[in-house]
Design a protein around this ligand. Structure first.
Ligand SMILES: Nc1ncnc2c1ncn2[C@@H]1O[C@H](COP(=O)(O)OP(=O)(O)OP(=O)(O)O)[C@@H](O)[C@H]1O
Ligand SMILES: N[C@@H](CCO)C(=O)O
Length: 293
């Protein structure tokens, strides 16, 4: 049996839609795989009652098929589904790494990114790699059709998860088809600023780089209380705030000493909108880890 822990992730980071992503140091999924003649799936943990065990509908089934690696796959969910924290990606990445080890396929983590992205295609309709890349490689990742580049950035973050669900598939439907040249130039500038901030481990630059006029405003409409949560986090000292992935989680970047105050402000603002929420005081973390073989 092979066991792998894969982290939650936060994709887009505002200005990097379908390109940027970060691994978080918590929460995480843990996946156990054992050889079998055909793939069977068992799911426990947070939100498991909403996750199918049919290999054709669970992301790990697509990963097992892509690797031609039938197995009994037990998923212990630590990342809530439909959270905006890469729940499907955590399982996809963990299964890809675990089955690669179990069947000795010898693929590198970079080579496993498109394999794990096949899992994402099952649930969102597109094989976007911006969650599975950081889940496998760790750090801050830039995923394009040329491949993935990574930065080992140590940046404090707060991920605030409200008790509402937004599916990636629904959230992708509200993304506009076009954008003005002014908004494109604004967002490219912020994306470049964010990348420099990650390289310099500078939360203020990362926060400034999160601003986006193209996708985020449409996604914010799906999250009750988002505007109050964002302004409360900024008032509490956050350097930047944006929608985490497809939402509903809200991600704030801040200095280490401000995390507790920012986390409390975000939860309180959601409470003011009659939405229960919990906040993870986290940071950019490492990728999936193989525990035992
Ligand atoms: N192993 C799995 N883990 C989590 N969700 C899964 C899994 N397999 C299938 N799903 C389905 O995928 C959906 C959750 O994926 P979705 O992309 O919408 O949320 P997310 O991954 O938490 O968000 P985001 O991709 O924005 O970070 C749920 O409908 C769930 O039933
Ligand atoms: N880039 C994807 C990430 C989903 O987590 C989206 O926003 O739809």
């Amino acid at each position: 049996m092979v066991t792998v822990r894969a982290p939650a992730t936060s994709a887009n980071l505002g200005s990097g839609f379908d390109v940027f992503g970060v691994a978080l140091d918590r929460p995480a999924d843990v996946v156990h795989v054992e050889r079998a003649d055909r793939t069977t799936i068992e799911v426990t943990g947070v939100g498991s009652q909403y996750i199918p065990t049919d290999p054709d509908r669970n992301v790990v089934g697509a990963v097992a098929e892509a690797l031609d690696a039938p197995a009994h796959i037990r998923i212990d969910k630590g990342v809530r589904p439909s959270s905006g924290l890469g729940s499907s990606a955590a399982s996809s990445a963990a299964a890809a790494l675990a089955l690669n080890e179990l069947y000795d396929r010898g693929l590198s983590r970079e080579e496993l990114v498109p394999v794990a992205a096949e899992g994402e295609a099952v649930v969102s309709g597109e094989a976007h790699a911006d969650n599975v890349a950081p889940a496998l490689l760790g750090g801050f990742t830039v995923a394009t059709d040329e491949g993935v580049t990574t930065v080992d950035a140590d940046i404090p973050l707060v991920a605030c998860l409200p008790e509402i669900a937004v599916s990636t598939r629904d959230a992708r439907r509200v993304v506009p088809d076009t954008a003005s040249m002014e908004d494109i130039v604004h967002t490219v500038g912020r994306a470049a600023t964010l990348s420099v901030g990650m390289c310099r481990r500078d939360p203020a630059l990362v926060g400034a780089g999160m601003d986006d006029r193209i996708v985020t405003p449409a996604r914010a409409e799906l999250i009750t209380g988002y505007n109050d949560v964002r302004s409360s986090a900024l008032a509490a000292g956050a350097d930047g705030v944006t929608v985490s992935g497809a939402g509903p989680s809200v991600l704030a970047v801040c200095g280490e000493r401000d995390r507790t105050r920012v986390a409390a402000a975000m939860v309180e603002a959601f409470d003011g909108a009659d939405v229960a929420a919990r906040a993870y005081k986290t940071r950019v973390g490492s990728g999936a880890e193989v525990f035992d073989i």
